[in-house]
Design a protein around this ligand. Structure first.
Ligand code: HEC
Length: 411
């Protein structure tokens, strides 16, 4: 018997050594269950194998009834930032919602906010922008290209150790401080959602990515239509009932919110650079006059005015949340906020202070860590508990990662 085993193992010498190491550790330090749990937590959070020493300390924390500490240990691994967070955030930064896109100022800023345990709601309103520390072969941040971030990624720079958020977005990009709105005014978001169109895409994708609902889910035909722009026909195909039963459902709520972006545009060379790779975020400051509108409002807000000439003519960046009444009260708006204002910053805050925003972040982290959708009643209860813990932690996203990892670490 012994001979046979020896022969078998000698074919896999490395495995034998590993097996011995595991057996010894199981016998003397921790039980097998907690080591498996530690490995799973590490794998789900960092996506890479941990050293034995790290697994030992995590397993000890699990045995000591503190599995959350084990999860935080896993978050010390640089791969949590460079791989897990990067893959989770990247789809939010493009219309295709693909993770296969380069690092950019939107992803880097979200990653930095997580690393520094900032109030996660600031992603939609803060005067914040994370850049990489300077180094050989790393070009400086540039308003007109993504090369700074592409170089950080190409050199596999540790985002955990090299992201810098100490300079406000306004000082890096030159945007007026009051015009900054976290990632909404990042270059990457501008290229994806302010390029062409009518700036409604920025609103739609923010809703999709950060409140976890598309406009279909918030359609409400009962709201006043007074802020729907001229470009939306009131009788599409000659039929006004389509307007009243369909178009209104989205545009009554969306148009007065997307008005907050009235002074923004993505400027690029439409002939030689159709993707806008070298474009930049433009913003009409106080005193600027767009020749098409005669005001700070971008021309795209007044296009196709013949579709319905009695429609709303956008005069400024005043926004109002018509969904504070009606069925979309269920998104859980913050009673402490006025529900209206001027510009993207206060509109971003309105969205980020909703219950739907917190629930959405928790849901996304759950999916990332548990590798599945929350489905059961037990899962839903857990989402509720994690949302409360997220709020209590002062909106630290790492807390949600820890809670998700513990919930899904297995028996
Ligand atoms: C499910 C929600 C929804 C409904 C219903 C809806 N829209 Fe829209 N509409 C949008 C969104 C979102 C955009 C912004 C699209 C973008 O730029 O990505 C938009 C953009 C537009 C635009 C600007 C041009 C463009 O294509 O970007 C027009 C015009 C328009 N809609 C008209 C209508 C009309 C007319 C109806 C009714 C037949 C209608 N919409 C129904 C959500 C909706």
């Amino acid at each position: 018997m012994i001979r046979v085993q020896k022969n078998r193992f000698s074919m896999f010498g490395v495995k034998r050594v590993l097996l011995f190491a595991v057996l010894i550790q199981c016998a003397f330090f921790t039980n097998a269950g907690s080591r498996d749990q530690a490995k799973r937590i590490h794998d789900r959070i960092a996506g890479v194998q941990a050293s034995d020493a790290v697994i030992d300390s995590m397993a000890a924390a699990i045995d000591g009834e503190n599995p959350g500490a084990a999860a935080f240990t896993a978050m010390d691994n640089a791969a949590f930032y460079n791989v897990t967070l990067k893959n989770m955030v990247t789809p939010w930064t493009n219309e295709e919602q693909t993770a296969f896109a380069p690092l950019n100022d939107y992803t880097a800023t979200v990653i930095g906010i997580v690393r520094d345990d900032l109030d996660f709601r600031l992603i939609l309103s803060g005067d914040l922008l994370y850049i990489g520390s300077s180094g050989p072969g790393i070009p400086a941040y540039n308003n007109s290209n993504n090369e700074h971030y592409a170089a950080l990624e190409a050199q596999n720079v540790s985002l955990k150790d090299n992201l810098v958020g100490s300079s406000p977005q306004s000082s890096i990009t030159g945007l007026p401080a009051e015009a900054t709105a976290g990632v909404l005014t990042s270059r990457a978001a501008a290229q994806a959602f302010f390029k062409d169109g009518t700036n409604r895409a920025m609103f739609r994708f923010t809703l999709l990515n950060h409140l976890c609902t598309d406009l279909e889910g918030v359609r409400d035909t009962s709201r006043p239509a007074d802020r729907i722009r001229q470009d939306v026909s009131r009788s599409p195909g000659g039929n006004s009932s389509i307007f009243l039963n369909s178009c209104i459902g989205c545009h009554t709520g969306m148009d007065p919110m997307a008005q907050s972006f009235a002074y923004y545009q993505y400027e690029y060379d439409e002939e030689n650079d159709t993707d806008g790779v070298f474009g930049r975020l433009a913003y009409n400051r106080e005193g600027d006059v767009d020749p098409e509108t005669g005001s700070r409002v971008q021309a795209k807000y007044h296009i196709n005015s013949n579709s319905f000439k009695y429609g709303y003519i956008t005069p400024n960046d005043r926004w109002d949340n018509y969904w504070r009444e009606g069925q979309n009260q269920s998104l859980g708006w913050d009673e402490g906020l006025p529900g209206g204002g001027s510009g993207a910053k206060s509109m971003g805050q309105e969205l980020a202070h909703s219950d739907a925003f917190s629930q959405c972040q928790v849901r996304k982290v759950f999916r990332t860590v548990c590798l599945r959708e929350p489905l059961s009643a037990q899962d839903n209860t857990q989402l509720g508990l994690m949302t409360t813990a997220f709020k209590t932690s002062n909106y630290k996203l790492k807390q949600v990662f820890a809670d998700s990892a513990v919930y899904c670490m297995g028996e």
